[in-house]
Design a binder for this molecule. Structure first.
Ligand code: 9G3
Length: 566
């Protein structure tokens, strides 16, 4: 492609509203433009990269035996009412009306559509299992669109769905897809980790998220420094055996702690270690109230609490609710003298503690030397706290470290929620009606492009890995006014095209400095410069990633490029 015939509007300045590298560089290098908040055009180079990533996805899906189809983005409200998500999804679901005032949504995902289709078309166990995917534009009215392609309101997603007669069959498809995703992100040259994730409140079971490691990621990953254990911080199990305290029990003592609210304040006021105190928080768990206890140095994790209690929803009780139920301000509540009807659960660490201090359920008072069973009752001990850096890895190998990640993919065992609501049933071998079991699998295609740029750039611009580069070579004539340079550049351009080596040819009448700057910004793997040595038949090759450069005679150029690009 000739630069003069395409659209690559590079920018000298960093756009003011772009606060992460991928957003800045994709704008500056002329790959994307914003048309509305969280809505982007992919210009010719951006579109090429999308196509490269999509091609990798299609190849790997093909190998994994998953068929591609295409569903409508426009979805009738009726489908969403059947699963209840029309009411549940709130403002994030993009809603609209047709001219007859019928309600629609612009699809944020396609569980409703695919499950309805399969319910109509698949009736027998003989057609199961079945896996389908599509690559399509999705719509989500994000509260705060930001970070360019990382959190848009319109984005490109690969979404796949599988249908099964048995849980074992779903396990197989899940594993197959997990392996395919690992290949896809490896081919995209991403430094990533598949992590154990939370399946949310909607009936799902196992789920892994594929996280591209990056400082700008919104999720925190806890991983082992000595094994492949990795989990979202909310999910990582704390696997510590706390040796029981041998201290003799001391007498319970009520003391004044005026104005001391947080654990850190109370600990400093009492001159006792944080680890000897109890953090008490009142939660609303579905329709009941539960007092949750953790050691003073740990944070309570509401997702673990939801899992431990088998609840649908968990939220912190309000300040007013806490005050009304426990007769004290939030900073002074505790497990001693908890009114009838409030369940008390505790993190495992509490079971090993003796003579601990805690809120007294009287404002500005705490107890010293409280002991479980003697002074307060605990209904159950669970793993309820966030893991910390330096904790042992739950698999027993190594120590936990934290990293930030961008979620680029997810595999999910959905179970039967959608199949049941939408009537996806089949006749089993005995002729009996059964509900199908489902999995779903997503890759954020446009987000993956941004994640690649986050991991592959330097001060001067993007550094595309071969597999996803919009073109493999960037051909530049230093001074095209010189006849021998422009003639040689034209000749190389034609020959590379004939040899199927993709090339972007900067044929502009511009200063060499500007062309080199643009070339670094655009980030193609190999630059071919036609300059003074053109008259002797030599050009210069420069590798974008290593900065390595060398002269090549044109008679050897194609062989050299094939070697570099293989
Ligand atoms: C909605 C809206 C936003 C949403 C969803 C529904 C996220 C929603 C989760 C998924 C699950 C899987 C198929 C590919 C793999 C992931 N945000 N999710 O369901 F209505 Cl507004 O999309 N879907």
């Amino acid at each position: 492609m000739r630069h003069s015939q395409t659209l690559i509007p590079t920018l000298k300045e960093i756009p003011a509203d772009a606060d992460i590298k991928s957003h800045q560089l994709l704008l500056r290098a002329g790959y994307i433009r914003q048309t509305a908040s969280g809505v982007y055009s992919f210009l010719p180079l951006g579109n090429k990269v999308l196509q490269k990533v999509e091609a990798i996805v299609r190849e790997e899906m093909d190998k994994a035996g998953v068929a591609e189809m295409l569903m409508p983005a426009l979805q009738a409200a009726e489908l969403w009412k059947k699963t209840g998500r029309w009411y549940k999804m709130g403002g994030e679901l993009m809603r609209l009306h047709d001219r007859h005032d019928r309600e629609f949504a612009l699809g944020p995902t396609h569980e409703e559509v695919i499950t309805t289709l399969i319910a109509d078309e698949v009736k027998s166990y003989k057609r199961l299992p079945l896996s389908i995917y599509q690559i399509q534009t999705k719509f989500r009215d994000e509260q705060r669109p930001r970070f360019g392609l990382l959190r848009g309101r319109e984005f490109i997603m690969k979404d796949g769905y599988s249908f099964h007669a048995t849980a074992e069959s779903l396990d197989e498809a899940y594993e197959n897809m997990y392996q395919a995703y690992t290949k896809i992100f490896t081919r995209c040259n991403l430094n990533f980790r598949p992590v154990i994730a939370d399946s949310g409140a909607m009936g799902g079971k196992d789920t892994h998220e594929f996280m591209a490691l990056s400082e700008v990621g919104e999720d925190t990953i806890a991983y082992s420094d000595q094994s492949d254990f990795a989990a979202n911080i909310e999910m990582a199990e704390v696997n510590i055996t706390y040796p029981p305290s041998e201290e003799p029990l001391k007498e319970l003592e009520l003391i004044d702690t005026p104005g001391q609210k947080t654990m850190v304040e109370v600990s400093a006021f009492l001159q006792l270690p944080l680890e000897q105190g109890v953090k008490s928080l009142l939660f609303k768990v579905d329709e009941r109230f539960v007092l949750v206890l953790a050691r003073g140095d740990r944070d309570i994790n509401d997702i673990k609490l939801r899992h431990a209690l088998g609840a649908k929803e968990v939220e912190l009780a309000s300040v007013e609710e806490t005050k009304e139920l426990l007769q004290a301000e939030v900073g002074s509540i505790g497990p001693v003298n908890v009114p009838e009807g409030i369940e008390v659960v505790a993190d495992h660490a509490i079971a090993a503690m003796r003579n601990l201090y805690c809120g007294a359920n009287q404002t500005d008072k705490h107890y010293l030397n409280a002991n479980a069973d003697r002074d307060f009752h605990v209904d159950g001990y669970y793993d309820l706290c966030f893991i910390k850096e330096g904790d042992p890895s739950p698999d027993g190998k190594g120590t936990i470290q934290f990293a930030k990640g961008i979620e680029v993919g997810q595999v999910f065992k959905l179970g039967q929620f959608y199949a049941e609501k939408l009537g996806a049933q089949y006749l089993n071998e005995q002729g009996k009606q059964e509900i199908m079991t489902m999995g779903c699998y997503g890759i954020g295609i446009s987000r993956t492009v941004a994640a690649i740029v986050e991991q592959h750039h330097d001060e001067d611009g993007i550094i595309w890995p071969m597999e996803v580069a919009p073109y493999l070579t960037h051909l530049i004539a230093v001074n095209p006014k010189k006849e021998e340079q422009s003639a040689l550049a034209e000749q190389i351009y034609v020959e590379l095209q004939e040899a199927n080596i993709s090339v972007l040819y900067d044929d502009r009448q511009e200063r060499p400095g500007l062309k080199f700057k643009d070339s670094d910004l655009i980030g193609l793997p190999v630059r071919i410069t036609v300059g003074k040595a053109a008259s002797e038949g030599y050009v210069e090759c420069k590798l974008r990633e290593s900065g390595e450069q060398f002269d090549v005679h044109i008679s050897e150029l194609q062989d050299k490029l094939k070697e570099l690009l293989s």
